[in-house]
Design a protein. Sequence first.
Length: 71
Amino acid sequence: MKLKNFTQKEGYKFQLVFENGEIKETDLKNLIGHHVSLDDVKTARIDSEWGCLEFKNGMVDINPKTLYKAG
């Protein structure tokens, strides 16, 4: 299931919208905190092919299945 949309709330907290319509809120600090600084969190984007959440121009990504479980 791919990630369709997201909103960054505060810090590492995100609201995630999946292609099945489910909306989940999660704190991604445990997943990306060692690889993505707070300044780089704003680089978040969705990879349109894979539906994963990317940071730092694709240098760090989280696949949709992991995001779904984290929510």
